[in-house]
Design a binder for this molecule. Structure first.
Ligand code: ZN
Length: 264
C-alpha cells in the first residue's frame, strides 16, 4: 500500500495569503503546505481521503490521474472544497477504447453527506445526464465503528472529535489517518493499537499554544505506540519544518507535501 501526502497544511494552507509570518515567507518547500489530504494506492485501486480546495493542483503536481473512491473525514471547506475537480475522473476508456462514464463514490457520515447536498445542491437537483456536471454517488457511513469495505479494501472508521463534532478517521490494516482531532475518545485509542504507521494532526484545543499542543499530541502518540508517526494538518504557527523536526522524538516526523510512504 502506498500513501502520498497531497497536502499537510491547516485550513488556510501555507503561505497564508498576504502573511508576513517568517514561516509563510520561507523558501523551504517543506514549509509550503497545501490543504490536508492523502492518496492511498492499493492493488491498482486509488482511494482519496478528503478532497481539498487544492485537489486539482495536487493531482497534477503528483502526476496522478485517477481516483476510485473518496472518504471524507468531515464537511469543513478545507476537506471538501475540491470535490468538483473530480470531474475528469468520471470518464475512462474501456479495453475496446470506448469512452465510458462512472460515478465517483463518496463516503462520509450522514451529517456530512447532507451538508454536501446543501452546498452542492445544483449537482443533485440538475439533470445528471448533462456532461458538464460532476457525477458522484453518496454512501453513508455510520458512527457504529463497524468495518466496511470499499473496492475490496477493509476500512475501520474511527470516531474522533473536532471540537464538539464527531468526525471520522480511518484505519486500513496497520495504517491509520486522523486529521482535525481535538479529542480522541479512549475506545478509539484502543482501536489504534498495533499500528505500523499513524498519521495524526497536532491536537489543539481552543486556547493552547502550539508547543503545548505538540506535547499533548506526543502523549497521545505514546499511548498508541505506533512504530512510526507522521504529523499533518500543520499550521505556520507550529514553526519551521526543519527546526521542529529536530525536536521531535525518534520515529515521529512532520509530514510534508509530496511525501510518499509504503506500508504492508
Ligand atoms: Zn481541517
Amino acid at each position: 500500500m502506498k500513501i502520498t501526502f497531497l497536502g499537510t497544511g491547516t485550513s488556510q494552507g501555507i503561505p497564508i495569503i498576504g502573511s508576513n509570518h517568517p514561516v509563510c515567507l520561507s523558501n523551504n518547500s517543506k514549509d509550503q503546505r497545501l490543504r490536508s489530504s492523502i492518496l492511498i494506492e492499493k492493488n491498482t485501486k486509488i482511494l482519496l481521503i478528503d478532497c481539498s480546495p487544492d485537489f486539482r493542483y495536487q493531482m497534477i503536481q503528483n502526476n496522478q490521474k485517477n481516483i476510485d473512491a473518496v472518504l471524507i473525514t468531515h464537511e469543513h471547506y478545507d476537506h471538501i472544497g475540491g470535490l468538483e475537480d473530480l470531474r475528469p475522473m468520471n470518464y475512462f476508456y474501456d479495453k475496446n477504447g470506448t469512452l465510458m462514464m462512472k460515478f465517483i463514490p463518496i463516503y462520509g457520515l450522514v451529517r456530512v453527506l447532507d451538508n454536501l447536498k446543501k452546498r452542492y445542491s445544483y449537482i443533485f437537483s440538475s439533470d445528471q445526464k448533462k456532461t458538464n456536471i460532476i457525477k458522484i454517488s453518496l454512501n453513508k457511513l455510520t458512527e457504529n465503528n463497524y468495518p466496511f469495505s470499499i473496492l475490496n479494501i477493509n476500512i475501520y472508521p474511527l470516531i474522533i472529535y473536532h471540537d464538539h463534532i464527531p468526525i471520522l478517521g480511518f484505519r486500513i490494516n496497520n495504517f491509520a489517518y486522523i486529521t482535525d482531532a481535538s479529542y480522541i475518545p479512549s475506545y478509539t485509542i484502543n482501536q489504534l493499537q498495533g499500528l505500523d504507521i499513524l498519521v495524526i494532526n497536532i491536537l489543539r484545543q481552543k486556547i493552547h499554544s502550539y508547543s503545548f499542543a505538540i506535547k499533548e499530541t506526543l502523549n497521545i502518540i505514546q499511548m498508541i505506540s505506533s512504530k512510526k508517526t507522521f504529523l499533518t494538518h500543520i499550521s505556520h504557527l507550529v514553526g519551521f519544518h526543519d527546526k521542529i523536526q529536530k525536536k521531535l522524538p525518534r520515529n515521529v516526523y512532520l509530514a510534508y507535501d509530496g511525501l510518499k510512504i509504503t506500508i504492508k
